[in-house]
Design a protein around this ligand. Structure first.
Ligand code: AMP
Ligand code: ZN
Length: 487
């Protein structure tokens, strides 16, 4: 779209707990930082919900006419198995378990994460910032705030949270109960103080360690995000995103560091927190409990694909819920999302048969639907309503198909479902272990159609049985046009 739509973009700011009209720090630009994965294992589909959300945010900002700079980091050092400072480094632990180098572990799981990003139509950010590339910058940052805000213990350099105003405002969980979750480290001044540099214990050697004014060691996880976001986007930038768990510890700690670094204090001026708006997606949950990476086979995107689901069915499932609502995963729910996607793809396929290319724009009949869509995404990314507007546009009667295609294409630039590119046959449920030869099935089906046309029902039935023997069920008159499925 050339003209920026008129509805203002409103986003829910976790820091103020209010929806706010987006006002960019730099006119016409939007700078967004998303906390990325710790690459010690495969991401589960819950993690991927966080990036689908960040992608919808980025696409919406582009749709609203802002020039987007998006950064996602890759944490390959510093994230402990515990939110406190007592656990082991997740990367070191996995490398030891696998008897592999951390670099190999990081490379393997970064590639796996990028494969999921691609499969879910998540746009590439302007920068993938790799934590280990920024360690010298982290040391410089820490040196700048150490004197006023930190103190040294045997185990590391600690940030004193009492040196900044409003510590924990983002979490609103700055309570004894909240602090009870944080392990005590002897000598800490406040329970919520956290390590920004973790010293390698005497006599030990870590695979990843760097020299620093506080001895050999590794950066704290919170420090990484402060440094990479500030370096690449400049303080203050516009929006910082992450899953809702980060609202409690990781992001309050980032904010405290940013306040110290920017030499500012109270959070009433939102710019003091490093980012003006902090946004958090709610969790994907499953009935049997928390999604776990420790339980052998866990819910990762490849498992969905192996069971035969197109990965974009999972994207559809995410978009059907508002990002701030909890979303429950079930296979039935995924199946329903797949059917919904299939209906849309089929309807768009029919439009494509009637019009070979989208028109330049669309006329007044479709304008109200674009207004509805715009109002929905501008209202704190209300994708469930935006999806409905897209479906209404596809279904509208007596409209030039080329105009409809233009409109659907503009809407899909935000939703990212690939409606104009997906082939309906790609959405067929096709489990990994199914051994079917699709060309053979299609040929038998064609022969069966010819037999029926010639009223040779004996032959038609025989062909149907032949397919059934191969585990293929013929679906005559299926409203979704599947024609066949694996029994
Ligand atoms: P991690 O690799 O553990 O740092 O997580 C990557 C991202 O996924 C973070 O933004 C988390 O907040 C987010 N996340 C973790 N679990 C879930 C979940 N079940 N649903 C949605 N987001 C999640
Ligand atoms: Zn982070």
């Amino acid at each position: 779209m050339t003209d920026a739509p008129a509805v203002p973009l409103t986003l829910f700011n976790s820091l103020t707990r209010k929806p706010e009209v987006f006002q960019p720090v730099h006119p016409g630009e939007a700078r967004v930082y998303s906390c990325g994965p710790t690459v010690y294992n495969y991401p589960h589909i819950g993690n991927m919900r966080a990036y689908v959300f960040a992608d919808i945010l980025g696409r919406t900002l582009s749709f609203k006419g802002y020039r987007l700079t998006h950064v996602i980091n890759i944490t390959d050092v510093g994230h402990l198995t515990d939110d406190a400072d007592a656990g082991e480094d997740k990367m070191e632990k996995m490398a030891a378990q696998r008897a592999q180098s951390i670099w190999d572990i990081a490379k393997h799981y970064t590639q796996a994460y990028w494969a999921d990003i691609k499969a879910l139509n998540i746009r590439q950010p302007a920068h993938w910032s790799i934590a280990t590339d920024y360690v010298p910058a982290m040391i410089e940052f820490a040196k700048g705030i150490a004197e006023k805000h930190c103190y040294e213990l045997d185990s590391g350099l600690y940030f004193d949270v009492s040196t900044v105003d409003d510590y924990g405002r983002l979490a609103r969980a700055h309570t004894e109960e909240g602090e009870g979750r944080i392990d005590a480290v002897e000598g800490k001044r406040n329970a919520a103080d956290f390590a920004i540099w973790r010293k390698t214990p005497p006599g030990e050697k870590r695979q990843m360690e760097w020299d620093s004014p506080w001895g050999k060691g590794a950066p704290g996880w919170h420090l990484e995000c402060s440094v990479m976001s500030g370096k690449l986007l400049g303080f203050p930038f516009d929006i910082h995103t992450g899953g809702i768990d980060h609202r409690e510890i990781h992001h309050p700690n980032e904010i405290a560091q940013n306040q110290a670094f920017c030499c500012t204090n109270g959070l009433d001026n939102a710019a003091n927190s490093g980012a003006r708006i902090w946004m958090h997606n709610n969790f994907l949950v499953e009935r049997s409990g928390k999604m776990s990476k420790s339980a052998g086979e866990f819910l990762r995107l490849q498992l969905l694909i192996d069971k035969g689901y197109h990965p974009l069915a999972y994207r559809m499932m995410c978009l059907q819920a508002h990002y701030r609502s909890e979303l429950e995963f079930s296979w039935e729910g995924l199946g329903a999302a797949l059917v919904r996607l299939k209906r849309m793809v089929m309807a768009v396929g029919q439009l494509k048969e009637r019009a070979s290319t989208p028109a330049e724009s669309w006329g007044p009949k479709l304008t109200p639907l674009m207004a509805k869509f715009d109002a929905a995404v501008s209202d704190d990314l209300n994708t469930p309503i935006a999806l409905t507007a897209t479906e209404e546009a596809i279904a509208m009667k007596k409209v030039d198909p080329a105009e409809k295609l233009a409109l659907v294409s503009a809407m899909d630039a935000v939703m990212g479902l690939g409606l104009l590119d997906l082939e309906r046959t790609a959405l067929r449920i096709r489990p990994k272990d199914a051994t079917v030869n699709e060309a053979e099935i299609e040929a038998t089906l064609t022969a069966r159609k010819e037999a029926r046309a010639a009223k040779d029902f004996a032959k038609s039935d025989a062909l149907r049985d032949e397919l059934a023997a191969k585990g293929v069920e013929v679906m005559d008159g299926d409203p979704l046009g599947w024609e066949w499925k694996l029994g």
